[in-house]
Design a protein around this ligand. Structure first.
Ligand SMILES: [Zn+2]
Length: 125
């Protein structure tokens, strides 16, 4: 079952609605920047694909989705050392002092900003 794809499709739709909310009819999105954490259960390739499907045939068909990929980190409660995951594996203990590690970040799922052309504006060329 491809639940993942449906998830990304819904997410792309929400991102698009969020960006369109403040735009006048006829304005065209050029670029949308989103933060996606590695723990947010979003597959970047699927999100890009879903985005293309959502904006296809509309004013925003040329809008590019830029994904700012955010890694989850592990912070040591003892010495404060911060490390990214080694591949897909979580460290069991701090490599420096053996202390307990807490997971930090990686759950991001936000629209960071977007660029658009106002209604009636034409790009040169
Ligand atoms: Zn430590």
């Amino acid at each position: 079952m491809s639940h993942g794809r449906m998830h990304e499709l819904g997410l792309a739709t929400r991102i698009h609605r969020t960006c369109r909310r403040g735009l006048a009819p006829g304005a065209r999105l050029e670029r949308v920047r989103v933060a996606v954490g590695e723990l947010a259960a979003v597959e970047p390739a699927l999100l890009r694909f879903a985005w293309s499907a959502v904006v296809a045939d509309g004013d925003d068909a040329a809008a590019v989705l830029e994904i700012d990929w955010r890694r989850a980190l592990q912070r040591c409660a003892g010495c404060g050392a911060v490390a990214a995951r080694d591949g897909m594996d979580w460290a069991r203990a701090c490599a420096r002092c053996g202390g307990t590690l807490a997971i930090e970040g990686g759950c991001d799922l936000d629209v960071l900003g977007f660029d658009y052309l106002a209604a009636g504006a034409e790009e040169a060329g």
